[in-house]
Design a protein around this ligand. Sequence first.
Ligand code: ATP
Ligand code: MG
Length: 222
Amino acid sequence: GMITLALSKGRIFDEILPLLAAAGIQVLDDPEKSRKLILATSRDDLRVVLVRATDVPTYVQHGGADLGIVGKDTLIEHCAEWGETSLYQPLDLKIAQCRMSVAVPVGFDYAGKVRQGARLRVATKYVNIAREFFAAKGVHVDLIKLYGSMELAPLTGMADAIVDLVSSGNTLKANQLVEVEQVMPISSRLVVNPAALKLKQQRMRSLIGALAAGVEQEFNPD
Ligand code: ATP
Ligand code: MG
């Protein structure tokens, strides 16, 4: 049978290409040029399906894909939302690296508010991660769920702070926000459907092994 790999367009797709190439795999379509959602690869037993980043764990969990690549941010939120899933997580691919952080408007006294035990209004796409993070610190928060453009929430007065992904910090800076605390480092993970791993054991293990070797080569070359 065919092995199906779920990927999201953009950053993860672009950054996984060199790792696939190291495993001898080329994707035969460019998702920016074609409207296809199923892409052939140079291996006739491997295909790629393009899904929204947040849908990758769902496809793998329900067998729409045998394996997938997903940010740790999205994976943790998915697991918090759906409880213990059977998703097997064998590999940190170390791509799409960034950090999840708390940011506030320039001049907002975050440390002072926290010290005073004030209640903070926090806007984020990552409500489960944020809830757990602030609970562990004993900070009282009202969480506001957003699906994008978190930076806008403090600028409009809707929130005191945001929890969002940061890489260069340029987006924060452009919106007069500053990073005040890191929640966790983020990178992309391989997720695997355990039933598929059992059924297609040999080819799945060799693909996972080849990706692991690619990560080693890319990040510890010598
Ligand atoms: P969509 O844009 O379709 O709503 P999305 O925002 O989740 O979905 P991307 O922006 O492509 O999709 O992000 C996919 C993953 O890439 C994120 O889950 C995260 O792990 C990682 N990522 C996001 N932003 C950055 C960044 N600035 N630098 C590095 N990695 C990032
Ligand atoms: Mg995005």
